[in-house]
Design a binder for this molecule. Structure first.
Ligand SMILES: C[C@@](CO)(OP(=O)(O)O)[C@H](O)COP(=O)(O)OP(=O)(O)OC[C@H]1O[C@@H](n2ccc(N)nc2=O)[C@H](O)[C@@H]1O
Ligand SMILES: Nc1ncnc2c1ncn2[C@@H]1O[C@H](COP(=O)(O)OP(=O)(O)O)[C@@H](O)[C@H]1O
Length: 317
């Protein structure tokens, strides 16, 4: 019998609010963050195979390890152990098609890990519930549970403890991708260093932002976007200051560094404004490329279309 692949589509995230506390004994920082899932997505397909391994396709694939270091493969091993299977011989092949910028602060690796857990839950008929999958996800990385959940959510702890947040509106974003990625631990380390030297202004309480989300007004939300890691990302890559300025000059309501960067996310009034801002920003020469996205979108989801089926021919009227 030909094995049936399972494909999961999974979103990127942006942190609308990222308040970073002190460094903990385990090396992590206590966070209060608001995640929003965006319409930039990866597709991850798992299939039973006697040639186990990982394949990476799409933009930036060359920068992603296609071996045991891939976060999706770590998800395979962890779920195999959990399910009483041999993690050294899980008998699956994972193939990912990347649409989420690599090492961009949009949690692409975490998204692939989350998608792999959900896909294997189906492939291996494990029938684990969302809570159990989320607990396993948290062991793979702080951002992995959110990629399963999607939508808009308040994250605490390392970012792995989630509560859904009411968001009444679809928000329109322009995403500016930089030339090279940045390593998350280095950016947290730079924030610790900056804090030891001076006191960069903290982003403050999350409540006003939660109220703005409930109101659904992008102008109100724009005033409240904030990211404690932004100062650290800009310190490591000063050119981001120019990118942030250019987005606002192009007509965005506000811009922030996404998570640990270097991707910048610009909130726009509506979909038309986002297209205009994207066009102007891409001509400004301040970033590698731009994308238009919207959020919130759902978390990791099994695709209805089976990836092994040929695409039907397009019929034009
Ligand atoms: C900054 C954020 C914001 O959402 O996302 P990215 O911008 O990387 O996507 C996250 O905190 C990244 O989460 P994630 O990428 O899953 O991090 P992990 O694999 O758990 O941790 C990688 C490293 O980041 C640092 N880290 C991560 C989370 C946290 N709360 N405190 C930390 O100090 C630690 O040095 C840790 O060893
Ligand atoms: N499936 C994956 N997709 C992307 N990056 C991955 C993956 N697995 C491991 N990595 C590594 O993780 C690092 C962080 O990548 P990514 O998750 O895209 O960014 P970020 O942590 O900034 O959101 C990269 O340097 C990359 O080499």
């Amino acid at each position: 019998m030909v094995p049936t692949p399972i494909t999961v589509r999974v979103p990127a995230k942006v942190n609308l609010h990222l308040s970073v506390g002190e460094s903990r004994e385990d090396g992590y920082h206590e966070l209060v963050t608001v995640f929003q899932a965006l319409s930039l997505t990866d597709d991850v397909t798992v299939v039973g195979s006697d040639e186990p391994g990982v394949e990476v396709h799409g933009e930036g694939a060359g920068e992603v390890p296609a071996d045991g270091r891939n976060l999706a493969w770590r998800a395979v091993r962890l779920l195999a152990e959990h399910a009483g299977r041999d993690p050294e011989a899980p008998g699956v092949r994972v193939s990912m098609n990347k649409g989420i910028p690599v090492a961009g602060g949009m949690a692409g690796g975490s998204a692939d890990a989350a998608a792999t857990l959900l896909a294997l839950n189906g492939l291996w008929h494990l029938e684990l519930g969302r809570d159990e999958l989320s607990e396993i996800a948290g062991r793979l990385g702080s951002d992995v549970p959110f990629a399963l959940q999607g939508g808009t959510a308040l994250g605490t702890g390392r970012g792995e403890r989630l509560v859904p947040v009411l968001a009444r509106h679809t928000y329109h974003w322009v995403i500016a991708l930089d030339r090279d990625g940045m390593e998350t631990p280095g950016v947290y380390g730079e924030l610790d260093r900056l804090r030891a030297e001076s006191k960069p202004n903290p982003v403050g309480d999350v409540e006003p932002l939660l109220e703005a989300l409930a109101s659904g007004d992008p102008r109100q939300l724009a005033l409240l976007l904030g990211n404690d890691l932004q100062a650290a990302a800009v310190s490591l890559r000063p050119g981001l200051r120019r990118t942030l300025r250019a987005g606002v000059q192009a007509g965005a309501l506000a811009g922030i560094v996404s998570g640990s960067g270097p991707t910048c996310a610009f909130l726009c009034t509506d979909a038309d404004a986002a297209v205009k801002v994207a066009a102007e920003l891409s001509g400004a020469g301040v970033c590698r490329t731009v994308r238009v996205a919207h959020g919130p979108v759902p978390g990791a989801k099994v695709s209805e279309e089976r990836s092994d089926r040929p695409t039907p021919p397009q019929v034009h009227a």
